[in-house]
Design a protein around this ligand. Sequence first.
Ligand SMILES: NC(=O)c1ccc[n+]([C@@H]2O[C@H](COP(=O)([O-])OP(=O)(O)OC[C@H]3O[C@@H](n4cnc5c(N)ncnc54)[C@H](O)[C@@H]3O)[C@@H](O)[C@H]2O)c1
Length: 275
Amino acid sequence: MSINKIPITETAATKNYSMTPPLFNMAGKVIAITGGGAGIGYATASLLLSQGAHVAISDINPSSLSSASKTLTPFYQHGASLLCTQVDVRNRSQVDSWITEITSHFNAPLDGAANLAGVIPKCINIERVEDLNDAEWQFVLDVNITGVMQCMRAQIPAMREKGSIVNASSIAGLGGFPKNAAYTVAKHGVIGLTKTAAKEVGDRQIRVNCIAPGIIDTEMHRESVRIRGQEGDYKIQIPRKGHAEEVAALIVWLMCDASQYITGTVQIIDGGIMA
Ligand SMILES: NC(=O)c1ccc[n+]([C@@H]2O[C@H](COP(=O)([O-])OP(=O)(O)OC[C@H]3O[C@@H](n4cnc5c(N)ncnc54)[C@H](O)[C@@H]3O)[C@@H](O)[C@H]2O)c1
């Protein structure tokens, strides 16, 4: 008896996994992170480096990358190493070259990828659907959804069996957020893209999940508050903003073997906003 041609009875093939420690071990794993120069991407890189991973960060912003290459050094443990590359996720050839650079630099396929590069529009909290301007709409969709697709398109063929991809959606991917249409559409799209890919690559035991953060205290959130002129009116059950490091812990958990049967999911990390 089978489901999707996969035997549901235990066989030598399906038993080819390990639930013995160290399930959380990331030492020696090759991980690609977009948007690694700041915020959640930077925090994810620092956590992975502290666990001995070989981390490749990319970002569109060269000064954040240059600063990250210095400030991340104290986190290196257990043979960790770092590769920094300027990449605009909107540019297919830059994305493709970056993934090739990673596998040749570390002389190994990817074990994981976190696609975290993202933007908010300048008109966030200002323009309703009937007011939307074309340039901002296209900019947000290009970075937040086409960028994720371009990264996954390059990462999947370069990934070893049992690899793990984590994409950044948002609580804005789970419901409507007034005066934030482009971002909300893109983050809904990330969920569809994630679930679709999960159904395409499960035969290689590659997992694809996304995160849905709430209010995380990074430059992106601070910029949205500046545009709005005040904090948003959210009921957060754990009454504070989240920290980038807390989201990084979720991302790294989704990459490690402790979560090896989790794929196609949306992991909410919002202090209970969506509860
Ligand atoms: N901070 C939050 O409250 C929050 C909530 C929900 C979802 N998210 C999502 O999490 C992800 C990370 O957000 P963050 O808070 O760390 O943001 P951030 O602004 O602190 O960092 C985002 C990084 O992405 C980079 N970037 C922007 N455009 C790029 C491009 N075209 N190519 C490559 N890099 C680019 C930026 O330079 C920056 O370093 C984003 O996708 C964001 O939408 C954040």
